[in-house]
Design a protein around this ligand. Structure first.
Ligand code: ISE
Length: 335
């Protein structure tokens, strides 16, 4: 029996996950979709055999053919959907961010803790990207020695119209926050956000680019250039500087051409293209582990830690200076 999945939210990510479950991965089918916009939900459901459309997440989760939930609604709607899924004790894949702020993320951690078992995988898909996986394996092998610094670059072609200066941190740098914690196995203890004069290519009033410095409890530094209106392409790069050498991913040199006195290649234009394999593997891993009754991957604790770091980052952006990160005590479920 394939796993019956309710997809909550049929925006860009949600619709892409419906396509992925329906056509790319195995062992699952979309049995329900939910969107506040009934017409949108109907349109997406019409494209999938045996899929029903809903406007209320609770109604979808109560349906008999729903075994698991994929939450891809906007961040502020995640907490309510997660708590409803917990009431039905349903496994969840929740898109990042877990929730928009640390207090609500901690409520989700506590609610899962009360269930007594992990139910949630958080959608930090970079952990499934082949290049990131290789970088982590190399760092863990010890060949390069202790990591001292990570240099990250995160560039988007253009930001969507609703993007705000704080979203460069909470929506975009959130990925480097998780990648830093995961690659190094450290917690982040402080954040400093520096703001160069905005690019003329950025919408009026948007603080773009920004430069972020993360300090870790293992004594490492991780810096992030975030530039969401770079205009030329989607680039995510990371370089680890260690005691005995460096390792770098994201150069995108998979196809190099030589022609008419020049050499070059192409640059991905968005994350759906750059991280296609990571998304496919992330959702397949979730389906496979869920069918075995297991939960792996980024946890609600990881989602909470990222939210707490981003909240400190937004304060640094707004008030200037270095802001310390205060984390709650890590519950036994996540140790
Ligand atoms: C978006 O929400 C993402 O998750 C993308 O991976 C990131 O590159 C983009 O900046 C975010 O807005």
């Amino acid at each position: 029996e394939p796993l019956g999945i309710a997809v909550i939210g049929t925006g860009r990510m949600g619709a892409d996950h419906v396509r992925r479950i329906d056509r790319v991965i195995s062992g699952a089918r979309v049995t329900a979709v939910v969107d506040l916009d009934a017409e949108r939900a109907e349109t997406v459901a019409a494209g999938v055999d045996g899929c029903t459309a809903h406007t209320d997440p609770a109604a979808a989760m109560a349906a008999a053919d729903v075994d698991a939930v994929l939450i891809a609604s906007p961040g502020p709607a995640h907490e309510a959907a997660l708590l409803t899924a917990f009431e039905h004790d349903l496994p969840v894949l929740c898109e990042k961010p877990l929730t928009p702020d640390a207090a609500s993320a901690l409520r989700v951690v506590e609610a899962e803790q009360a269930l007594g078992h992990r139910r949630v995988q958080v959608g930090f898909m970079r952990r499934y990207d082949a290049e990131y996986v290789r970088l982590k394996a190399l760092l863990e092998s010890g060949q390069l020695g202790r990591p001292l610094m990570l240099h990250n670059r995160h560039r988007n072609v253009a930001s969507p119209p609703f993007f705000t200066s704080s979203m460069l941190i909470s929506d975009s740098v959130a990925h480097e926050v998780d990648a830093t914690r995961w690659l190094l196995g450290h917690e982040i203890t402080a954040v400093t956000v520096l703001r160069p004069t905005p690019s003329a290519g950025a919408p009026d009033g948007l603080r773009d680019p920004q430069f972020v410095v993360l300090e870790t409890d293992g004594g490492a530094l991780s810096d992030v250039e975030i530039f969401v209106n770079c205009g030329f392409g989607y680039q995510v790069q990371a370089e680890a500087v260690c005691e005995r050498g460096t390792a770098r991913i994201g150069d995108g040199h998979d196809l190099v051409t030589h022609m008419a006195g020049r050499w070059g290649g192409t640059i991905a234009q968005d994350w759906a293209e750059r991280f296609a394999q990571a998304y496919d593997d992330e959702v397949q891993a979730w389906v496979d582990t869920t069918r075995r009754g297991e939960v792996t991957g980024p946890s609600t604790w990881d989602g909470y830690a990222a939210a707490a770091v981003c909240e400190a980052g937004v304060r640094s952006l707004e008030e200037g200076g270095r802001v310390a990160v205060e984390l709650a005590e890590k519950p036994p479920l996540y140790r």
